[in-house]
Design a protein around this ligand. Structure first.
Ligand code: NOJ
Length: 739
């Protein structure tokens, strides 16, 4: 539709029709199958506004969406098509690893391809907007949504934000892909004590330096939508935060797309004690910049009256409405309201072999090898392998937020290994995933009968245990597949105990006591505390929730079809008491190492080290890559120059190895205290067997700047350290100056 036609459409709409565009409801309002995940309650939305609602969430399927589109367009006086939006967080039908695993690939190019596939699958099934990328920087694995984030680093998350937006949106003009909706703006990953829906409170410098960059990267990559977060930021709910939504996002960053609230968060302004009632909440959210009210009764019941009473200018409604119409028009919905939906394509494209192949490749790169004593991995084809543990034969490998995926499409570890190992593979379940009934009750949706189904009775558990010990005794090596229950991570999955479940720890210890070599395969949606078992096992393969092709990818690594190349994008702590533990902490005046004070009065714990169990950026391969000869082209650069540096990598192994070279820096003296290290660049390169490779970087001086407490970026002259290495701790250090 031409712009002038769009403008006259807006002029033609009644106030009620305009308000309708600003409302998003889920499938149950339209007698459709609804897979929304969130609190359910009667909203009290007038039928008229249900009919006029501008977008529908989490209804998918080509036939279903086409039917609904026709039905809704017929009900609307101006026949405006609805937008179908959905959570396609890391795959639609072909499920990729959870985002904390995507982060571990350090391979944004590959992840861009993954999101192209995810968006194309969703589009043929009738979906046009994707509630991703989620790029909340998070420092605290107690927060269940750690699963959904690429990790703890603003620069790394920014690279993924860009890649994901490009992957989702690149093919929009050919009716493929989806419009992206970056979330959760802002600083949701900083919720205090890792507790879900809690507050975030921080300095402006911290906000601009560490939390805002990934959202900004998404906006700069052309992201069409932004979702406000559920938390308060410095006391103001993000949903009604005019400074965040209008001053920074729209005015400073030039965002002119659509801003949507998170699920029910406009209504929650009342619960926060920030708004008195529906009308007040509607006013505050719209005035701050929220265009669409997701799944709350507030806009539906409050906006019309506000305008009619003269408390809210119609221009505000028009602005919000136009943003939504504009998006519909940009996507060509007025000409083709079904966008990419096609029953034929849906049957052909979703979960096709090429999509599965890509999911396997991504999962291969997401796996992080944390330990490999005496090169116990890869397994040799002549070894007798016992595959034991509750995840060995389990199809639930897709994690909590793959709501459109089906675990039945997953390849199990057992089936993948048995293809390769045949009679050399034996199997026993060993134990349940968890036997902790209290924790299962804490998940909040299981009744005691359901819990009893998950936890086997004691006699069966004993038999499982004995069978596992018998199988282990006959084997040369034991692969133990353990991990979290799917619902222990993800939204509303905050936890204070990050250890493996006790029944799994007992199994590990008992098998260790047999004197067997153990390869521990972990399925999890967050960094766990592995301190109590790390010495009992010979190898640790962190596989996250690896997705549809998870079993194949784990087998690829165990059998040496690929050398693992994943590196942690989040620190693994020694104990939960260290949290939030992240590598880029600010320098303290009393560092544990290098302070003028000795003994007690330095920054440390009396009962635990400061260091993590496994640091940021860490991950082993089968080849041991050596770093040498770091060179800076100039030891001093001007503010408009770039720092050129090179490093030589040596692979003297028989393995081809993908290696992520990481560059960090420290600003030695600054007007705001700076982190001990900050990631500023990285490159993932492939080293052929027995080869050397020179890797070069060119880093603009401005990247060494920082944000002050007014949100202004500044670059100060002075001396800096630069660190080049295979993880944040294993580095070669050089110094340079900015003059
Ligand atoms: C709530 C979650 O916070 C958000 O990430 C999600 O996109 C919406 N629900 C819609 O399902």
């Amino acid at each position: 539709m031409k712009q002038e036609d769009l403008n006259s459409l807006l002029n033609d709409l009644s106030l009620t029709e305009k308000v309708g565009q600003l409302i998003q409801l889920s499938g149950e309002f339209f007698q459709s199958k609804d897979i929304s995940f969130g609190p359910i309650q009667k909203l009290g939305i007038p039928d008229k506004l249900v009919d006029l609602s501008g977008s529908i969430m989490n209804v998918t399927g080509a036939a279903e969406t086409q039917k609904l589109q026709k039905q809704q367009m017929a009900k609307q006086p101006h026949h405006i098509p609805v937008l179908f939006m959905a959570d396609v967080i890391y795959g639609f039908k072909t499920i990729f690893p959870v985002p904390i695993g995507l982060g571990a690939t350090w391979n944004p190019k590959l992840i861009k391809q993954a999101f192209m596939v995810a968006a194309n699958e969703a589009a043929v099934s009738g979906n046009q907007v994707c509630f991703a990328p989620m790029v909340d920087v998070t420092h605290d694995p107690r927060w269940g949504r750690t699963l959904e984030s690429p990790g703890e680093d603003p620069y790394l998350n920014s690279c993924f934000a860009k890649a994901i937006v490009e992957g989702l949106q690149e093919q929009l003009s050919s009716k493929k892909g989806q419009a992206a909706c970056v979330k959760h703006y802002a600083a949701y990953g900083a919720v205090e004590s890792g507790r879900e829906y809690n507050l975030a409170d921080m300095s402006i410098s911290n906000l601009f330096q560490n939390y805002l960059p990934p959202y900004r990267a998404a906006v700069e990559s052309g992201c069409k939508m932004v979702m406000a977060s559920l938390n308060t930021l410095n006391g103001v709910p993000a949903t009604a935060n005019k400074w965040l939504l209008t001053d920074i996002l729209k005015k400073q960053w030039g965002f002119n797309g659509v801003i949507i609230s998170d699920y029910a968060s406009v209504y929650e302004l009342i619960k926060h004690g920030f708004a008195a009632d529906n009308e007040d909440a509607a006013y505050k959210a719209l005035n701050a910049g929220i265009d669409i009210d997701m799944k709350s009764p507030v806009y539906a019941n409050g906006l019309q009256e506000l305008v009619e009473n003269g408390k809210l200018s119609i221009n505000k409604i028009d602005d919000a409405c136009m943003r939504i119409l504009q998006l519909k028009n940009d996507m060509g919905l007025f000409e083709n309201p079904f966008f990419g939906a096609s029953k034929k394509e849906e049957a052909k494209y979703n979960l096709n072999p090429a999509n599965r192949k890509l999911a396997r490749e991504v999962a291969d790169e997401a796996i992080v090898l944390l330990k490999n004593e005496q090169h116990v991995l890869p397994l040799s084809s002549t070894e007798k392998v016992a595959l034991i543990g509750p995840y060995s034969n389990e199809k639930s490998l897709i994690g909590m937020w793959a709501v459109h995926g089906d675990p039945n499409d997953c390849i199990t570890i057992r089936s993948a290994l048995s293809t390769a190992l045949g009679n050399n593979l034996s199997y026993a379940q060993g134990t349940d995933i968890t036997r902790d009934k209290k924790m299962l009750a804490g998940l909040g949706f299981l009744d005691s009968a359901q819990i009893d189904q998950i936890v086997s009775d004691d006699e069966i558990e004993k038999q499982h245990h004995q069978a596992a010990i018998a199988v282990a005794k006959k084997a040369d090596i034991v692969v133990l597949a353990v991990g979290e229950n799917t619902f222990e991570s993800g939204e509303a999955g905050s936890k204070t105990n990050l250890h493996l479940p006790q029944n799994q720890i007992n199994l590990i210890k008992d098998i260790h006591n047999l004197g067997k070599k153990i390869v521990l395969v972990i399925i999890s949606g967050r960094p766990l505390v592995l301190t109590d078992i790390v010495q009992d096992v010979d190898a640790i393969v962190e596989s996250w929730f690896p997705g549809t092709e998870g079993g194949n990818a784990i087998a690829d690594v165990l059998l040496g079809k690929v050398s693992p190349s994943g590196k942690l994008s989040m620190t693994f702590p020694i104990t939960e008491g260290q949290e939030p533990l992240y590598y880029s902490q600010l320098s303290t005046g009393r560092p544990q190492k290098g302070s003028q004070h000795t003994g007690r009065f330095v920054s440390r714990y009396i009962d635990a080290p400061n260091e993590p169990l496994f640091p940021f950026g860490y991950g082993l391969g089968y080849a041991d890559i050596q770093y040498r000869d770091v060179q800076l082209e100039h030891s001093s650069i001007s503010k408009s120059d770039s720092l050129h540096l090179s490093v030589e990598l040596v692979n003297d192994s028989p393995w081809e190895q993908k290696e992520t070279v990481q560059v960090y820096f420290h600003d030695n003296v600054a007007s705001i205290v700076q982190p001990v290290k900050r990631l500023v660049a990285f490159k993932k390169v492939t080293l052929p067997t027995q080869a050397n490779k020179k890797v070069t970087f060119s880093i603009p001086a401005t990247d060494f700047g920082f944000f002050d407490n007014h949100g202004q970026k500044i670059l100060e002259e002075g001396s800096f350290q630069i660190f080049v290495g295979s993880n944040v701790n294993d580095v070669i250090t050089k110094t340079f100056r900015i003059v």
